[in-house]
Design a protein around this ligand. Sequence first.
Ligand SMILES: Cc1cc2nc3c(=O)[nH]c(=O)nc-3n(C[C@H](O)[C@H](O)[C@H](O)COP(=O)(O)O)c2cc1C
Length: 179
Amino acid sequence: METLDALHARKSWRAYSEKPLGDELLKTVVAFANKAPNAGEFTVTVVRNAELLAEINAATLVAMKNSGNDFLISRAALAGYQPLYGAPALALFSAEPTGYYQISAATAASTVAIAATDQGLRSCFIITPTLAIDGKNALSRKLALPEGHVVVCCLLLGYGEAENRFSAPRPEVDNIRFL
Ligand SMILES: Cc1cc2nc3c(=O)[nH]c(=O)nc-3n(C[C@H](O)[C@H](O)[C@H](O)COP(=O)(O)O)c2cc1C
């Protein structure tokens, strides 16, 4: 895919098919994390284990319901809503909370999303699992993140169902200025 086509085609995808996602393709697209603009160390932990994905999904759903955030509570209440949308892979971008760690993790995740789109995959940048992975609980220990790391953001990856779910068209905005 041409780069501009990939940028146009990337959409947050919230419905994943059961088509197997090959290891090599996954490794290839995740490696693009290290091609993004960067201002500090981060780690990408890719979860593929179905049991662990189900555990993160369930814990995230509970955390959304208990978040006190009206938007998250309303999303979690949608019929059939699952925060990981059935994706076969979840990449967790973690870093020590210092300096520009959040920006470095986010630029890395964005770059992987574009690479994934280029390779015919769908993706969704998500933050909600960070509600359930607090660095101290049993789920955090299972993920064995590097010492002192917090999960900044996450990216779902997989082949998409033809039809996206839980998604509205993105409104046009007029927010670009030239001086
Ligand atoms: C910081 C951040 C957090 C996000 N968290 C979530 C999330 O937890 N779940 C989700 O489905 N989408 C999440 N999104 C995706 C946005 O909803 C999406 O990017 C936005 O609606 C624009 O749609 P598009 O990506 O399809 O163009 C997040 C995006 C950003 C930048």
